[in-house]
Every structure is written in structure tokens, then in C-alpha cells.
Design a protein around this ligand. Structure first.
Ligand code: PLP
Length: 492
């Protein structure tokens, strides 16, 4: 399987190990496979009797053709082992008669990013060998909270890899901040940025496309790589859990083979939902993909009008991992429904004017699959409370945005197909907001909120979040976005 950049009309070819190492194409585009491999009904039935690791290795082998099945199996077994994902990697919980929560947060950092970031360092490590690389890989991450911690956990103390994480100072929860500030490992660095997530992400993108920085790093024995969802090594493992969830529905007798289901995904950078799109286009019987946004509803508007406009007020919400105005992976969708030349033109417009409008033809293709909904803060809190009281289901704030959107979609349409909602974080990761949503009262203090929520709901604190406030803080630097490159040099 070969890969291209979304912006390269000449279609220069790359192999999977190369693109996993490189992260972002040198023209600023994102890597995409030349074609999508198929997944047939027979294969789905075959996968039904397999473990999550086996399903993952099987699906990944279709994309990462320069990795052997043995290598993939070894990495998947290690990534999705019982110690990292107690009780299984992506359990599907039945919430109502026709709505299922795909819980993607049972990993080491209690957010869905673990699903990809437990395996990606292993794939990168092999990619360095496969490509004959003699430099150290320096992973540069911009995070709205969950990616940073998950990447730090995935990459810590991995040989010949260093990682530096930038996060917006006021854009992450206290639990998230503490998780990152207390990170262990000898090859890690964490730094706060005065600004929002887009400032952090733009800063990282700028360093990636800076030829002088590249030279400087090269001289010192480093190559840059990314762990953001713009890296294909992040995206490919996310396809797996949609296929796995479908198998679980089959196994539970909830659907017949071939029966179409809908999927609703709380969306920020458009990575998770794009993985569902890829699964659908491989042949998984998915029908509508409901793109759920919070008050930063740039995607809702785009899916409604065909105009993507990032010139708008940025809202800090209680679902901070979705507080994003530039959803990077949307570029991959544009490529799939148009071509490289068109994609490059839209991205240039986005860069210069902060907006673009897609053609009617492209909009139609997107409409065939996607529909956008959003939830404001009040709706998020209300839905969280309703699901807890009516169904005994405790969701985090991000999942709650999706639950609201899934319900709204069903009210607006006659579509009663079974619905999988991607659940992206443990409720304990956003304990203070979850507690307030249910009780309409403040929890005692932010990390005390974990205890309060546990007492209120009679559930256990998600293990990775226990004892966080007692861990020593190792990182407390805050800088201007303009100083990011210097910070990288300092760390190097
Ligand atoms: C990252 C994240 C999202 C958004 O996922 P994208 O792939 O960026 O769309 C949603 N919820 C949580 C909890 C996250 O960490």
C-alpha cells in the first residue's frame, strides 16, 4: 500500500513506515492511502471470534503493508494488553434499546487517545529501523489536553525517541494539567502556551515546515515527528474499534450481519470520526456519521452550509478536547471527496482568509454520509444528568455532547437505526464538570471532585486518575507561542 500527500497533485509515493516516521508531508498536506482496502462480511464474521489485539493486527495489516503480520501482532498484543486496558480495550455498553456506548477510555490515561497512542510508539520504533534512520526522533505535540498525556505515556522512556508537549494554559482541565505536569520519564518535556489550542497547533505546524529548524535539528542528530492525529499512525488504529464494535454487536445478537448502524462521534480535530468514515468506505455497514460539536461549532456550520469559517469567537467549554477551530483531519475528507489540487486550494484559502466554501458537488458527497449537530454548555450538562438519572449511565462531558447530538438527530429524522456513540473520556477525567452537571452544585475542590463524584455515583475512580494530587510536579513552564521553537532547541 502506498500513500500520498493530500496536497500533492503529482502523487509522490510513500510507504507506511516512512509516513509514520515523518507525520506530516513536506508540502503541509496529510498522508492518505492510495486506495481503501475492503473489509467483507466474511471477514467481519471471522473477526467476531477474535480478541481485540487480533482484530487490530488484522485491520492494520491491510494498511501497513511494510510491517509483517508477526510484527503487528506483537505490537497489538503489547499495546492492548490486560495491564494497560483492564477488562478489554474498547468495550461496547448497551445504554438504551438501540443506543450503545463504545467506551474508548479504559487505557492508561483514561481518554480515547490511548487507543492509538499505546500502539503508535511501537509502530514508530519499527519505522526508524525499517527506514534505516540513525537520528533520534523528536515528537512534537500540540494538545488540547488528552493527546498530550496519552502521547507522554506512550512514548516515555522509549529508546531513540524524545517527546515535547505544548498545551494551552487555559484550555485544559486541572486534572489534565496535573496529569501532564507530573509526567515521569527521562525523554519527556511539557510546556504551557499563552493562547488556545489553535495557537499551540499552529506553532507546531510552523516548526514542522521551517527549513532552518529542520537543518538545526538535523545537525544535532534529530528528526521531527508528530503524535497528533494528523499522523496516519494515529488514525489507522482508530479504524479498528469501529470494526470491533460491529463484531461485538453481531456477537451480542443486537444486529444481523450487514445491518447498517449509525455512529455519533464527539469531534474536535476530526480524527476519530474520520476513522469511522474510512471504516465505512472499507465496507463496514455504517450509515450516517453524526459529527457532534460543542459551542465551537465550526464543523456543524460547515456541514450545514458548505462554508468552513474559522473567523469566530473561541469558546472555552467543559469539553475542552473539542475546543478547536481548525479541524485538521477535515483536509483528508476533502481529499477523498475531491482531489489534491482542490484540497490544496481550499487549505491555502483557509490559511490566508480563515475560510473556504466547498463546491455543491463536494458538499453533496459529504452530505451523503455526514450530518452535524452541536450542544451548548447547558445542553451538555442537561444530557449528562438525564442519561445518569434515566439510564444509570455516567458519561463524561465530551460523550455527553455526542449523546445530545445523537438524540437530536433522532428527533429530527425518522432514522431509528441502532446508534453507536463514541465515548471518549472517563467521567472522572472531567469530574468537577460531571459532578456539577448532575448535582447543580460545585464539588469541594477540583481534584477533590473525583472523591465527590465517586461518593455521589457509588462508582470507582478510574484507576489511572487515583492519587494524582500527591505526585510531584516536574513541569511548570509557560511561554509565548512565538517562543516554541526556542523551547524545542533548549530541550534538545
Ligand atoms: C481528542 C478528543 C476528542 C476529539 O477527537 P478528534 O479525533 O480530535 O475529533 C473528543 N473527546 C475527547 C475526550 C478527546 O480527548
Amino acid at each position: 500500500m502506498t500513500y500520498y500527500s493530500t496536497r500533492d497533485a503529482k502523487q509522490t509515493k510513500f510507504y507506511s513506515a516512512q509516513i509514520i516516521k515523518q507525520g506530516l508531508a513536506s508540502d503541509g498536506g496529510l498522508f492518505v492511502p492510495e486506495e481503501l482496502p475492503a473489509i467483507t462480511e466474511q471477514e467481519l464474521q471471522m473477526l467476531c471470534s477474535k480478541t481485540y489485539s487480533e482484530r487490530a493486527a488484522y485491520v492494520l495489516s491491510k494498511f501497513l503493508t511494510d510491517y509483517s503480520m508477526e510484527e503487528l501482532m506483537q505490537d497489538c498484543e503489547a499495546a492492548y494488553c490486560e495491564a494497560s486496558f483492564p477488562g478489554g480495550a474498547a468495550p461496547l455498553k448497551k445504554v438504551t434499546d438501540s443506543l450503545y456506548s463504545l467506551e474508548l477510555w479504559h487505557g492508561p490515561t483514561a481518554a480515547f487517545k490511548d487507543m492509538a497512542l499505546q500502539i503508535m510508539p511501537r509502530l514508530l520504533s519499527r519505522a526508524l529501523v525499517k527506514t534505516g534512520e540513525d537520528h533520534t526522533a523528536l515528537i512534537l505535540v500540540a494538545t488540547s489536553g488528552d493527546t498530550g498525556k496519552a502521547a507522554l505515556e506512550g512514548y516515555k522512556d522509549i529508546d531513540r525517541i524524545k517527546i515535547i508537549v505544548f498545551y494551552p494554559i487555559d484550555g485544559v482541565s486541572k486534572v489534565q494539567k496535573l496529569q501532564m505536569a507530573t509526567q515521569t520519564g527521562n525523554n519527556v518535556h511539557v510546556c504551557a502556551i499563552k493562547g488556545n489550542f489553535d495557537d499551540a497547533q499552529n506553532g507546531v505546524k510552523k516548526i514542522f515546515s521551517d527549513p532552518d529548524a529542520k537543518k538545526q535539528l538535523d545537525k544535532n542528530g534529530y528528526i521531527l515527528s508528530s503524535a497528533n492525529s494528523i499522523n496516519w499512525g494515529r488514525l489507522a488504529p482508530q479504524i479498528v474499534y469501529y470494526i470491533s464494535a460491529y463484531c461485538d454487536l453481531l456477537n451480542a445478537g443486537e444486529i444481523a450481519c450487514g445491518e447498517a448502524v449509525n455512529v455519533c462521534v464527539p469531534t474536535g480535530n476530526f480524527g476519530n470520526i474520520f476513522a469511522a468514515y474510512l471504516a465505512k468506505n472499507m465496507g463496514l455497514p455504517l450509515d450516517k456519521l453524526i459529527c457532534a460539536s460543542n459551542s465551537n461549532n465550526v464543523l456543524t456550520e460547515f456541514l450545514e452550509t458548505g462554508t468552513y469559517d474559522r473567523n469566530r469567537k473561541f469558546h472555552v467549554t467543559m469539553s475542552p478536547s473539542m475546543d478547536i477551530l481548525i479541524s485538521s483531519n477535515l483536509e483528508r475528507l476533502l481529499y477523498f471527496v475531491s482531489d489534491a489540487e482542490q484540497t490544496a486550494a481550499y487549505m491555502a484559502q483557509l490559511n490566508q482568509e480563515g475560510r473556504y466554501t466547498v463546491s455543491q458537488d463536494i458538499k453533496q458527497k459529504i452530505d451523503d454520509t455526514f450530518v452535524g449537530y452541536c450542544a451548548n454548555e447547558e445542553q451538555t450538562a442537561q444530557t449528562l444528568k438525564n442519561f445518569y438519572q434515566a439510564y444509570g449511565y455516567l458519561a463524561d462531558t465530551h460523550t455527553s455532547v455526542a449523546l445530545h447530538c445523537a438524540e437530536q438527530y433522532r428527533k429530527d429524522t425518522a432514522d431509528q437505526k441502532k446508534m453507536i456513540v463514541a465515548s471518549t473520556a472517563s467521567p472522572y477525567k472531567f469530574a468537577a464538570d460531571v459532578y456539577r452537571s448532575i448535582t447543580e452544585k460545585e464539588a469541594s475542590a477540583d481534584t477533590g471532585a473525583l472523591q465527590d463524584l465517586s461518593a455521589l455515583t457509588n462508582t470507582d475512580i478510574t484507576p489511572p486518575l487515583c492519587g494524582l494530587s500527591e505526585k510531584p510536579v516536574r513541569f511548570d513552564r509557560t511561554i509565548d507561542p512565538a517562543e516554541m521553537l526556542e523551547e524545542v532547541y533548549r530541550f534538545m
